[in-house]
Design a protein around this ligand. Structure first.
Ligand code: NAP
Length: 343
């Protein structure tokens, strides 16, 4: 069986990463690849690493170009997906890397994005409790944000096992610059970023905060409050998330470790490292893997969990392809089996 796939936003980082993964997918034929200001360009000029697709020409992102494929990936700025998806046939699998359909709460969407809520689609983080069941056969999938992927993978096992207090979760994440997309921004040029780190979106204002709270609250069964601070790190890819939460009375280190280990024992892409070995972003670069380590700080009564992902792979395109595989009944790891590229 060959599945025809169109990729919109193919001139951007997320769309380009979808193409990189699909070019190694055994069941897929790549059809239309679309762009906006770069429509008409040869892909090889913009993404020279995509050798097998170098001579393909980017076309304008229109419903007409995207229609007629079995699967359509949307890797567009947020706010652009709903209109396109509504005009694609119901039987087309539409996978949105943007934020438009991730949030369940219209109020949270309007508060953080300032526009009308477009609705909620099945959420493409298969490792969450019950998520795979909702993805099987789905025709619309919302791919999680990159930070929320790392934070949910870090903390959901503890909330699902009722080991953590819901009202004192603190997360600090460092992200590589590709997390902000490919368009030129002064704060992302080399001179500003190299050899330096800075926080941004401080004080609960980052748009990924409600998405993290949604996933953790669903796992906990009660509302979870997250204090989230992102930082920008001098690397092109990768996220290092450090998440801490107060543990419930009587919970000890062995109980914590057992919960995380059990949660990911059968997962092909999420790995709890051997005790004492802490994750590094370089280990997962270019791969769909996430690595996790945790420790109990008895003095503070907190669990500290570090998680690393590649923001463009497990944090976007890899999660999207993994979700596609589940939705279509393919091998879940198809196109995703490669290791990281450290150092
Ligand atoms: N970067 C990440 O790590 C990451 C992680 C998770 C989710 N995402 C999400 O993925 C989506 C794409 O992000 P990105 O990082 O790939 O951004 P990007 O590198 O800036 O790429 C944006 C893409 O959208 C196209 N585009 C821009 N304005 C458009 C418009 N008005 N109409 C149609 N297409 C338009 C661009 O085309 P031209 O270049 O031809 O103008 C480009 O192909 C975003 O919703 C983002 O939140 C990104």
């Amino acid at each position: 069986m060959t599945i025809s796939v169109a990729v919109s936003g193919a001139s951007g980082y997320a769309g380009g990463e979808v193409l990189r993964l699909l070019s190694n997918h055994p069941d897929v034929t790549i059809g239309a690849i679309t762009a906006h200001s770069n429509a008409g360009q040869r892909l090889g000029e913009l993404a020279p690493h995509l050798h097998s697709l170098a001579d393909r020409i980017l076309v304008e992102t229109t419903v007409e170009q995207l229609r007629g494929h079995d699967v359509v990936f949307l890797a567009l700025p947020h706010g652009h997906s709903a209109e396109i998806a509504s005009r694609l046939p119901a039987e087309t699998l539409v996978i949105d890397a943007g934020a438009d359909h991730r949030l369940e709460s219209p109020e949270a969407w309007e508060k953080f994005y300032g526009s009308a809520h477009a609705g909620t689609w099945p959420y493409g983080l298969p490792e969450l409790p019950g998520a795979r069941e909702l993805l099987v056969g789905a025709k619309r999938i919302a791919v999680p944000g990159c930070y929320p992927t790392s934070v949910q993978l870090a903390l959901v096992p503890g909330f699902a096992a009722n080991l953590l207090e819901p009202d004192d979760v603190v997360v600090v994440s460092a992200s590589g610059t590709s997390g902000a997309g490919k368009s030129a921004k002064i704060n992302l040029i080399g001179s500003e970023v190299m050899g330096s780190m800075n926080p941004y979106g401080v004080g609960g204002s980052h748009r990924h905060t409600p998405e993290m709270e949604q996933g953790l609250s669903n796992a906990a069964g009660v509302p979870v409050t997250v204090s989230f601070t992102p930082t920008l790190a001098p690397m092109p890819r990768g996220i290092l998330t450090t998440a801490t939460a107060k543990v419930k009375p009587g919970v000890d280190e062995a109980t914590l470790r057992a919960a995380w280990t059990a949660a990911y024992a059968d997962e092909p892409f999420v790995h709890v490292l051997p005790e004492g070995q802490w994750p590094a972003t370089s280990s997962v670069m270019g791969s769909n893997h996430a690595q996790i380590q945790l420790a109990f700080d008895p003095h503070a009564g907190r669990v500290i969990v570090s998680a690393v992902i590649d923001n463009l792979t497990k944090g976007t395109a890899g999660g999207a392809v993994q979700s596609m595989n589940i939705a279509l009944g393919l091998n879940e790891t198809a196109g995703l089996a490669h290791e990281g590229v450290a150092p």
